[in-house]
Design a protein around this ligand. Structure first.
Ligand code: KIV
Length: 266
């Protein structure tokens, strides 16, 4: 087994100009396959609300559900760094609640947590979490938990002024102790400008080629989520079809008396 990925190794990747990879997982054996394939960070994204639970957006998922998926994923991973995406309202009500809820995820096997935004309140949450030993990944640009306030899935940081605003928040997050920052849905020039101005790595989620790492939702990569495919996602497989075809063959075999056969009975 190769060496466990740590926050120091992740920061080193940037110093060495070495790209790294992040994918989401929600169950033990998907996490195991990603880990064995060499994915550096496995993220239990709150995207599971949509792709695993069928909810309309990420805001509906709660801390109980994230706990269950965190336990499952942590069991499947040996090498990768495991990050739990903290759900809407699990870190907003007070710093104490944030420490309690994020700390719970570490107890369940996560190595770190991800939280969205860059307000002064979020900065104080990051300071407290890192002071008690909880590694934090930031998330700026399009932040899905602000969907209602942003007025939809809109590209962020389009102008120099908007990019500078995001950079200012990124700098504050960096100072507060985050070990990396996801930049979601922004022009790649803006993401490059921010990436080049930070000492910690940036992770692109639809923010182009110049970030230090790339993240995608695994259900988009494996072709399992049929509702929509973001422009920035790349589909490497058609798992939806694989599942459909297999289920259809099983259905036919059962109904035609072809399953089970002699080798499958006691
Ligand atoms: O919820 C999620 O999966 C995410 C990543 C895609 C960054 O936040």
């Amino acid at each position: 087994m190769s060496k466990k990925v740590t926050v120091n190794i992740i920061k080193q990747y940037k110093a060495n100009k070495e790209k790294f990879s992040v994918l989401t997982a929600y169950d033990c054996y998907t996490a195991k396959y990603l880990d064995e394939a060499g994915i550096d960070i496995v993220l239990i994204g709150d995207s599971l609300a949509m792709v695993a639970l069928g909810y309309e957006n990420t805001n509906s998922v709660g801390i109980e559900e994230m706990s269950i998926f965190t336990k499952a994923v942590a069991k499947g991973v040996n090498r990768a760094f495991v990050v739990t995406d903290m759900p809407f309202l699990s870190y907003h009500t007070s710093i104490e609640d944030a420490v309690k809820n994020c700390g719970q995820m570490i107890k369940f096997g996560a190595n770190g947590v991800k939280i969205e935004g860059g307000s002064d309140y979020i900065i104080s949450v990051v300071e407290r979490l890192t002071s008690v030993g909880i590694p934090v990944m930031g998330h700026l640009g399009f932040t899905p938990q602000f969907l209602n306030q942003l007025g939809g899935y809109k590209i962020q940081g389009k102008t120099k002024e908007a990019a500078n605003k995001i950079l200012l928040q990124a700098k504050k997050l960096e100072k507060a102790g985050v070990f990396s920052i996801v930049l979601e849905m922004m022009p790649e020039d803006s993401a490059k400008y921010i990436t080049d101005s930070l000492t910690i790595p940036t992770i692109s989620c639809g923010a182009g080629r110049y970030c230090d790492a790339q993240v995608l939702v695994s259900d988009d990569v494996f072709g399992k989520y049929p509702e929509f495919k973001p422009k920035f996602a790349r589909k490497y497989a058609d798992m939806g079809k694989l599942i459909f075809d297999s289920a259809k063959k099983f259905n036919d075999d059962v109904k035609n008396g072809k399953f089970p056969d002699e080798s499958e009975v006691f």
